[in-house]
Design a protein around this ligand. Sequence first.
Ligand SMILES: [Zn+2]
Length: 250
Amino acid sequence: MLHRVHDYRHLITRWRAVARKAGLKLRHLARDDGFELFYLDTGDATPGLYLSAGIHGDEAAAPEALIQWAEHNAKNLSSWPLLIFPCLNPWGIRNNSRFDSKGRDLNRLFQGDSHPVVAAVRRVVKNRRFPVSLSMHEDYDAQGIYLYEVQRGKSRLGETLLAAARKSLPPDPRPSIDGRKADKGLIRRRFSPRVFEKIGYPEAIWLHLHHSEYTFTFETPSEAALDLRVKAHMAVVDECLRTVLNSPRI
Ligand SMILES: [Zn+2]
């Protein structure tokens, strides 16, 4: 039996309740693999915070953290500039799979419109710019939390986000994570087009190239306790929002 965090319909019921409480409308994104997908947009044309979770269905703490964060902040949601994609791969969540029903990794398809869900996200985002974007993930090999920051200028935001999450879980101590140099859980690197032309564009690279000033991918270790993984994600979302609200021009 699958854990409740894999119950996509329950997740959407919760999002509907949050939207109602916030006086917002959950908008239809796409229909894929027999599931209806939704998003929440409070910012319209305002530069704000881009949040997405559930692109990999075996990383369930991410969509759970996003809904808990929204539930916790329902009263304030409409006053903050947010574009939220609560769960980009419902079939994967339902089936505890990284991939969609056709074996595709959505997070390698953001270079174009070949996948209906990715195409829908690209349509919603259009020409918008976000001071900060956050893609929420998990990793079953991880030995702690870690964060990818696509390098832009001399930002120290990565350290700030990790410090907030460290209250729940320790950083991954490995000097190399996924073949990339890491320092106390922070992987900050320049964008290398050659690499991604080969493997396909992750959401974060598409955001970095076209839509966001500071681009983060946060990962929790999926072997750790669920409530701690959720708390770590929520702390990072809080910190991203604080950054957006405090710095109109970062
Ligand atoms: Zn992932």
